[in-house]
Design a protein around this ligand. Structure first.
Ligand code: DX5
Ligand code: ZN
Length: 546
C-alpha cells in the first residue's frame, strides 16, 4: 500500500501513542481515553504517513493543516504530536497539570498562548462542532491564494449533533473544496451513551452524500484502509471528501472498548503497568495461504480478510532453499489488486539480494529473508532497499540456526524477527517444542537490547499451542493449517483469536497479582473475564468479587 513509514513501524508508533496517552491520563487522574484510542490510527495515518508537516518548522508555509475538532481526544493528539517530534514524550505526563502546556482541550498556539499550548497546534477545540467551519475558512483562503495545502479535519459522531456541523457540510461543496478532507471518528458513543440512542446519526453515509460530499467508509483501526482512503480522496476534484472511519471507543484496552463509562474517566494510576502490558500485547494473526487446498489463493485471501486476519502470510519457496516450490512475485502482484491487507512475504529462497526488488515491486509490506542464506553485508544491502521503499524488513531463523550476533547491531531497522517453529518447506507440519526455549531466550535478549519490533512465530501453530508462543513473546502468529486445514475458516480464526485473548488475560492477571492488585484489577475487568473464567480457572474468585 506504499507506506512512507514502514507498516510495522506505523503499527508500533500508534501503539506508543496509546501507551503515552494512557500514562498522561492516569497521571492527571482525568482525561478522555475513549476518544484518544478510537482516533489513534486516524491521527497516526495523517501525522506518520499522509500529511506534509515538519515538527522543526511548525509554521512551514506549505504544510497541511490538521484541525482536531473532536478536541476531547486531546491526550491522544498530544501523544501523536510527541511521537511525531513536536514535544518531548515526557511532557505528555504533565497533561492537565497546573502550568502545563497540555490542557484538557488543545489551545491554538500563538505568542499569547505560550504557557497553554505549543507550536503545531493549529486550532483551539473548546466546545465542539466548530472545527469543520474553521477548516472551510482555511481551505477557502488557500484556494484563493492558489496554494496546495490540504486541510484534514477530525470530527466526532457525538459532535455531529451540533447544527453547525451541517451548516459547514452544506457550504464546503458549494465552494468545491477538494483540498478539504473530513474524517469522522464513528465510534457510536458520546459523552453519556450510545449515539443512536441519544441522537441517531445513521444513515450517516447517505447524509454526507446528500450534502454532495465524496464519501468513503473504512475500518478506522485498519491503518492500511485509512491510508488507502486518504490516497484515493486526494485524487477527487471539485468536491470535499469525508472518510467515515468505523471505530471502537477505547479500542486497545478491552474493558474500555465500546464502553461509554470510559468516555471521560481515568484509570487508577496503579493499573498503568498492566494497561501498558496490554497495549504491547496486541496479537496479529497472519494466515499462511499455502496451507490447505493449494489453488485459489484469491479466495483464501478473501476468506482470511472476512475472518479478521491482520496480515496475509506469503510463503515464497524456490525449491532450492527448501524442498518445495510455491509461488513468486507475479502471483503476489495479482493478489495485491484484491485487498489492502498488509502482505507479510516470507522469502524462503536462495540469493535473496538478487530477487528482493521483484517483491518490492509486487508491493509487499513486510519482506523477510532467511539468516541461513544472508551474511551481514548482504542483509544490509537488502535492508537498505526495503527501508528506501518504505517496506518493513524482517529476518527469519530456522530451528537449528542460532541467532546471528550481528542482528543486535541493526535492531532499529529490523521490524520483525521470525523464529521458525518447524523446518521450512511445507505447511501442516508438527510444531517443534524445542523452539519455544529459543523463542523465550531470543525475546529476553531482544528486550535487553530494547528491541521495539515484533517477534513472529511461524510453523505448526494452532489453538493448542498459541498460548505458549504468546508467552514466549511472539506477537505475530502465522497460522496455515490452523486456518485453512478445515472448511470453516471463520470459526478457525475465531478460535485462534479466542486463544490469544485467553493468553492475554492470563498474562495481565499474573502481572496484577505480582503488583498486588489482583482483586482490584479483576473488579475492573470483570465483564471481560466472565466469559473466560472457566478457562482461566477463576470462576469462584470472580464470583466473590462484588
Ligand atoms: C513453512 C512456512 C509456514 C507454514 C505455516 O515453511 O514458512 O509459514 O506455511 O503453516 P502451518 O501453520 O500449517 O505450519
Ligand atoms: Zn512462513
Amino acid at each position: 500500500m506504499g507506506f512512507k513509514m514502514r507498516y510495522l513501524e506505523l503499527k508500533r508508533k500508534v501503539r506508543d501513542v496509546r501507551m503515552l496517552a494512557i500514562q498522561g491520563i492516569a497521571e492527571a487522574g482525568s482525561g478522555h481515553p475513549g476518544a484518544s484510542f478510537s482516533s489513534a490510527e486516524i491521527m497516526g495515518a495523517l501525522y506518520f504517513h499522509k500529511m506534509k508537516h515538519d515538527p522543526l518548522h511548525p509554521d512551514w508555509e506549505d504544510r497541511d493543516y490538521f484541525i482536531n475538532s473532536k478536541a476531547h481526544s486531546a491526550p491522544g493528539f498530544y501523544a501523536i504530536l510527541a511521537i511525531a517530534g513536536y514535544i518531548d514524550s515526557d511532557e505528555v505526563k504533565t497533561l492537565r497539570k497546573m502550568g502545563s502546556r497540555l490542557q484538557g482541550h488543545p489551545v491554538k498556539f500563538s505568542k499569547y498562548q505560550q504557557n497553554h499550548s505549543f507550536p503545531g497546534i493549529e486550532y483551539s477545540g473548546g466546545s465542539e462542532g466548530i472545527g469543520l467551519s474553521v477548516s472551510i475558512g482555511i481551505a477557502l483562503a488557500k484556494k484563493y491564494d492558489g496554494k496546495g495545502n490540504r486541510i484534514f479535519t477530525l470530527i466526532g459522531d457525538g459532535e455531529s449533533n451540533e447544527g453547525q456541523v451541517w451548516e459547514a457540510a452544506m457550504s464546503a461543496p458549494k465552494f468545491r473544496l477538494d483540498n478539504l478532507v473530513a474524517i469522522l471518528d464513528r465510534n457510536k458513543i458520546q459523552q453519556d451513551g450510545f449515539t443512536e440512542e441519544i441522537m441517531p446519526l445513521d444513515p450517516v453515509r447517505d447524509k454526507w452524500m446528500a450534502f454532495n460530499w465524496n464519501v468513503m467508509e473504512v475500518d478506522g483501526h485498519k491503518i492500511e484502509q485509512l491510508i488507502d482512503a486518504l490516497n484515493r480522496v486526494e485524487r477527487v476534484e471539485d468536491k470535499p471528501s469525508i472518510i467515515i472511519a468505523n471505530t471502537i471507543k477505547g479500542n486497545g484496552i478491552k474493558h474500555m472498548a465500546n464502553n461509554p463509562q470510559w468516555h471521560g474517566k481515568a484509570p487508577p494510576r496503579k493499573h498503568t503497568p498492566i494497561l501498558l502490558e496490554e497495549l504491547q500485547s496486541e496479537v496479529m494473526i497472519a494466515p499462511s495461504i499455502i496451507a490447505g487446498e493449494r489453488e485459489n489463493y484469491e479466495e483464501k485471501v478473501r476468506k482470511a480478510e472476512r475472518g479478521g486476519a491482520d496480515l496475509i502470510h506469503l510463503d515464497v519457496m524456490d525449491g532450492h532453499f527448501v524442498p518445495n516450490t510455491t509461488f513468486f512475485s507475479d502471483t503476489i502482484k495479482n493478489l495485491r489488486r484484491n485487498t489492502s491487507l498488509p502482505f507479510d512475504a516470507h522469502l524462503m529462497i536462495e540469493e535473496p539480494l538478487s530477487h528482493v526488488q521483484d517483491y518490492i515491486d509486487a508491493r509487499c509490506d513486510i519482506i523477510t529473508v532467511h539468516a541461513e542464506v544472508c551474511k551481514e553485508n548482504e542483509f544490509l544491502k537488502i535492508n537498505e532497499k526495503l527501508l528506501k521503499a518504505g517496506i518493513s524488513p524482517g529476518i527469519a531463523i530456522n530451528p537449528e540456526t542460532p541467532i546471528p550476533s550481528w542482528i543486535y547491531d541493526h535492531l532499529d531497522t529490523i521490524d520483525v524477527i521470525i523464529i521458525m517453529s518447524v523446518n521450512p518447506g511445507f505447511a501442516g507440519q508438527k510444531f517443534i517444542p524445542d523452539t519455544l526455549n529459543k523463542m523465550i531466550d531470543t525475546s529476553r535478549a531482544l528486550r535487553q537490547h530494547n528491541y521495539r519490533g515484533y517477534i513472529e512465530a511461524d510453523g505448526g501453530i494452532d489453538a493448542t499451542n498459541l498460548q505458549q508462543v504468546f508467552d514466549a513473546g511472539a506477537r505475530i502468529i502465522v497460522a496455515g493449517n490452523a486456518v485453512y486445514g478445515s472448511a470453516d475458516i471463520n470459526l478457525n480464526m475465531i478460535q485462534l483469536r479466542h486463544k490469544a485473548n485467553v493468553s492475554l488475560e492470563r498474562k495481565l492477571l499474573e502481572l496484577a497479582t505480582v503488583k498486588g492488585i489482583r482483586n482490584d484489577w479483576m473488579k475492573t475487568r470483570k465483564h471481560i473475564l466472565i466469559p473466560l473464567a472457566n478457562e482461566l480457572r477463576i470462576e469462584d474468585e470472580l464470583h466473590a468479587i462484588k
